[in-house]
Design a protein around this ligand. Structure first.
Ligand SMILES: *Cc1c(COP(=O)(O)O)cnc(C)c1O
Length: 230
């Protein structure tokens, strides 16, 4: 078994335990940013189908070498309007939508003849100035406006929490996102996704109801080089 296949198996097992056996309710997105196409292929050969990238140019450069695979691509990085076209063209999901302007650009650039682009509204629950994401107070109004757009489908909320080591503080932040999602759903907007949890906190996220976890390091190993986008 390849190291990536072994890591994937270990991550799936941890998800199963965290979900108390209900692992089918948690989708695993393998975050392959900075890793070469060969690493994606190794994970694919081990049964993984959903992959996450957060640098547009890097992802689009990687895709041709993997065109023979039935990959579901997730864009998980922050979205600038000038990248919306490439994202709308090449991805099935976009998780980092935090402004109406970006959602409109994705909608405008998505082919109406194909499936809608699945999107998550990114919310900054920790309130850290360095984090992207909408203010929680603005999220209900944004969700309503985004859900009215053509060619994209609002699936739920996404967050990246403050980097804290203890599970209690992690859970409090994930709980805040879940409760926000419940309030938005109660207002009549159908949501089925809570995109939350990464290598160091995914068990806490699952305990608070994550339906989608985005995991890179635990599958592919440490990232050595950070790609900088122009
Ligand atoms: C890089 C990244 C991940 C994965 O992080 P790991 O700590 O490697 O699991 C998840 N979500 C987003 C938005 C990321 O940028």
């Amino acid at each position: 078994m390849s190291p990536i296949a072994a890591n994937l198996q270990a991550v799936r097992e941890r998800i199963r335990i965290a979900a108390h056996g209900a692992a089918d309710s948690v989708k695993l997105v393998a975050v392959s940013k900075t890793h070469p196409p060969g690493a994606v292929r190794a994970a694919y050969d081990a049964g993984q189908r959903a992959f996450g990238e957060n640098y547009v140019q890097e992802a689009v450069a990687k895709m041709p070498a993997l065109a023979d695979l039935a990959i579901e691509w997730h864009f998980i990085g922050p979205i600038q309007s000038n990248k919306a076209k490439l994202i709308a063209l090449h991805f099935a999901w976009a998780h980092g939508v935090d402004r109406l302007k970006v959602a409109e650009a994705l909608s405008r650039n998505r082919n109406p003849a194909g499936p809608p682009l699945n999107v998550c509204l990114q919310v900054n629950v920790s309130g850290e100035a360095s984090k992207s994401g909408a203010n929680p107070a603005d999220a209900p109004g944004l969700a309503r406006a985004i859900s009215a757009l053509a060619n994209i489908r609002l699936r739920g909320l996404m967050t990246i929490i403050e980097n804290v080591p203890d599970a209690g503080s992690q859970r409090a932040q994930f709980r805040a996102l879940r409760e926000l999602g419940e309030r938005i759903a109660a207002s009549g907007i159908a949501l089925d996704t809570l995109s939350m949890g990464m290598t160091q906190d995914f068990e806490a996220a699952i305990a608070e109801g994550a339906t989608l976890v985005r995991i890179g390091t635990a599958i592919f190993g440490q990232r050595e080089n950070k790609v900088v986008e122009s």
